[in-house]
Ligand binder design. Structure first.
Ligand SMILES: C[S@@+](CC[C@H](N)C(=O)[O-])C[C@H]1O[C@@H](n2cnc3c(N)ncnc32)[C@H](O)[C@@H]1O
Length: 202
């Protein structure tokens, strides 16, 4: 993530949007997660982790980010949660290395705008599915190829330049890994953005 994007994702308006809009919509789409063991991929400075604990009601969150500076910021933000939070520097495509996460470990996995940063984005979805237990839920808020192609995005931010996904491509990938979005587990395309919840069925 470059400096402009770091400033944007950690800005008060983005926090406001995440807390008052994204999290409320995701909770409507997939339900809250009281008492569960959750993971967050690409936790950045840890604001999403705080919302998973406070708004979704998770008991514990294991959170990972590739950038050690972000993990350090998250560590400071989340210190008051003690052993309810475990933070690690690592890659979302290998949660065994980052978090020592076995198959079927988590009741919920959260992605607040990170998979579009990963060139091997299908591998990240496969890894989410691997660590979710059957019946576990995957919550995602993603930025589509349409947004990444816009002049403002191209001028300000750094993202993978190839194999970006549309909302349809992202949604089509989920069932290939046993993650289903159906009548109950719904998704919402909001302009250039995709939000939703899927359940691991197999
Ligand atoms: C747009 S930021 C979102 C951060 C946070 N989820 C939020 O909503 O504020 C994307 C984050 O993904 C992280 N990231 C990028 N590629 C990653 C990967 N392969 N594994 C883990 N984290 C990654 C970046 O370091 C950055 O903190």
């Amino acid at each position: 993530m470059n400096r402009a994007e770091t400033l944007l994702v950690n800005s008060p308006p983005r926090r406001w949007l995440q807390r008052l809009y994204e999290v409320r919509l995701l909770a409507q789409l997939g339900g809250r997660t009281p008492g569960v063991r959750a993971a967050e991929i690409g936790c950045g400075s840890g604001y999403g982790t705080k919302l998973i604990l406070d708004a979704f009601g998770a008991a514990r969150v294991d959170a990972v980010d590739l950038d050690p500076a972000m993990v350090e910021r998250a560590r400071r933000r989340l210190a008051r949660y003690g052993d309810r939070v475990r933070l690690a520097v690592g890659d979302a495509t290998d949660l065994r290395a980052a978090l020592d996460a076995d198959d079927n470990t988590y009741d919920a996995v959260f992605d607040f705008g990170i998979i579009h940063h990963i060139p091997a984005w299908r591998d990240a979805i496969a890894e989410v599915a691997r660590v979710l237990r059957p019946g576990g839920r995957f919550y995602f808020e993603e930025v589509t190829a349409t947004a990444l192609a816009r002049p403002t995005y191209r001028a300000l931010f750094d993202h993978p330049t190839e194999d970006r996904f549309t909302a349809g491509e992202f949604l089509a990938e989920l069932p290939r890994h046993g993650l289903e979005t159906g009548e109950q587990w719904r998704t919402r395309i909001q302009g250039d953005y995709l939000l939703g919840a899927a359940v691991r069925t197999s």
